[in-house]
Design a protein. Structure first.
Lengths: 132, 220
């Protein structure tokens, strides 16, 4: 599977490492080269400097042939915009994005973007752990 | 009309001022406390501090009854999300987004934003008009029809000088609307109007056939 990941933070870099280790073709995008230090030393995919809400950068990252796109930058709005470009402009079959704000996540789920809110998931986990 | 403005920068501030002067009900949402206080000091209590992309903030300011939402922050993605939340969560009939990257115009349109305003494009078009040698100038875009009105200047060395309009191979979507000639009243060209050096031609065309129109008129 060809995967484009936008945002090389802790989550992005870790996901890139995991997918790469399983033999998937991974391209990871970030606006800051310094963030690529988080990639594991064995990472065999492509690390590309670029902005995921820019069509040209996405094309360079191979979005046109990608099977999946994941948006995990720190900015909810940036993730949402990139995910919509991937879904509606480049017709990527599998698009996932992170939205911290639970209300915004709900809205974009109804607009056809698969989104996860770490806020909701983690809060739920903590609650369950406390109630054990 | 009840109009919500997202973003209290320079654009938002002057926009709010102008809309208030016109007698509209205006409410602005601005993230930064200091800026928001400044707006209230200057314009009265028309500003709420908060994130205009958050549904909770928009609910608080009564977006449900707004006639229009205008997002003018400096970030294209924030303007996109503010407009989408307003449109899909609060059914605001008209949303307008400011964009900085001209390439986003097409993307925003595809994602359902009613109107986009690209300051970068507007500035470029004005500068184009001031460059005397520029072969084709954009005068006006007719958005919902996908048409534009342009001006083409005929230079003296052009191979079309002395030719009648009917001999030009104009692209099918283009119509020559007006010829402006020195010391003459502007007039509507006919099939046998002969092109002269220095003519300014005003034409209606599509963005796609702009290049073909220029080539047909100037013979290049």
């Amino acid at each position: 599977m060809k995967v484009v990941i936008m945002g090389c933070g802790r989550v992005g870099a870790r996901l890139a490492g995991l997918l790469d280790a399983e033999g998937h073709l991974v391209t990871i995008l970030d606006t800051d080269t310094y963030s690529f230090r988080r990639l594991p030393p064995t990472f065999g995919g492509t690390a590309l400097v670029g902005n995921g809400i820019d069509e040209e950068s996405l094309k360079k990252a191979g979005i046109e042939e990608a099977d999946a796109f994941v948006a995990v930058t720190q900015g909810d709005n940036r993730n949402v915009m990139a995910a919509q470009i991937a879904r509606h402009i480049f017709n990527v079959p599998n698009v996932i994005c992170r939205i911290y704000d639970p209300i915004r996540r709900e809205l974009y789920n109804t607009l056809g973007i698969e989104a996860f809110s770490p806020t909701t998931i983690f809060a739920q986990m903590l609650k369950e752990r406390l109630e054990k | 009309m009840y109009i919500i403005i997202v973003g209290g920068g320079e654009v938002g501030y002057y926009l709010a001022k102008a809309l208030l002067d016109e007698g509209h009900e205006v409410l602005m949402v601005e993230k930064e406390a200091e800026r928001s206080e400044f707006i209230i000091d200057e314009l009265g209590s028309v500003c709420v501090r908060g994130d205009g992309c958050e549904a909770a903030t928009l609910a608080e300011v009564g977006t449900g009854r707004a006639d229009m939402l205008i997002a003018v922050t400096g970030d294209d993605e924030d303007n996109l999300v503010a407009c989408q939340v307003a449109k899909h969560k609060f059914n605001v009939p008209r949303t307008i987004a400011r964009i900085t990257n001209p390439k986003n115009e097409a993307i925003f349109k595809k994602l359902g934003i009613d109107v986009t305003v690209s300051a970068t494009n507007i500035i470029l078009e004005y500068i184009e008009q001031e460059v005397p040698t520029h072969p084709l100038t954009h005068l006006l875009t007719i958005r919902d029809k996908g048409l534009e009105i342009v001006e083409v200047k005929i230079p003296p060395d052009s191979t079309t000088v002395g030719k009648p309009v009917k001999e030009l191979s104009l692209p099918p979507e283009s119509v020559l609307s007006l010829i402006i000639r020195k010391e003459q009243k502007p007039y509507v060209p006919a099939a046998n109007t002969i092109l002269q050096a220095g003519d300014h031609i005003i034409a209606v065309t599509t963005p796609e056939s702009e290049g073909a129109l220029r080539a047909a008129l100037r013979g290049d």
